[in-house]
Design a protein around this ligand. Sequence first.
Ligand code: DX5
Ligand code: ZN
Length: 223
Amino acid sequence: MKQSTIIAPSILSADFARLGRDVTEVLEAGADWVHFDVMDNHYVPNLTIGAMVCKALRKHGIEAPIDVHLMVEPVDELVVQFAQAGASLISFHPEASRHVDRTIQLIRELGCRPGLALNPSTPLGQLHWTLEKLDMVLLMSVNPGFGGQSFIPHVLEKVQKVREMIDASGRDIRLQVDGGVKIDNIAKSAGAGADTFVAGSAIFGSQDYRDTISRMKANAATA
Ligand code: DX5
Ligand code: ZN
């Protein structure tokens, strides 16, 4: 059963010269979560921000859930740092952890909600022995590393399959689509079974955050 629609702007596309203000504005404009993309120039060919920025956002007064997406290798040490810095959910890529089950346990032990992030070509078999332990499945609809890329259409097939798996499990697991999500394609992902949507450039690149977010929510609801 799909859960309530969540719009999680990715701060990768925010104005880093005034990050706290930009995040406050996008939440005031109706965003539900803050999607916090962590890249280490090892697992992906790009470098972004560490746990200290997550801590700074909490100190700035951000109370909304911070949805940390770790595109890093190794994973476990950064799970600890982000949990201590105020993360709410922590997703990681199975290829980046030697012991996926142990990393999922670690995230939960530290009081955060675990997610597994599957790249466009990563098979769904990765969910076989992990799905029941997750609070979210993150399906990448672009190859990880950069904002502003185009949505990869075959991912819609994966969304449908994972929706069936989640419904069969009978558990409240969120299905997140991440990458290339726009006002004019969000309905397709929602129709395929996603309930949680990351959007970076579509939101932070727009003139009116409130209008963009409300149109995304409306289009997701029509699906
Ligand atoms: C890519 C990140 C995505 C990205 C989304 O590696 O995981 O969250 O920032 O940005 P857009 O919505 O611009 O594709
Ligand atoms: Zn992401």
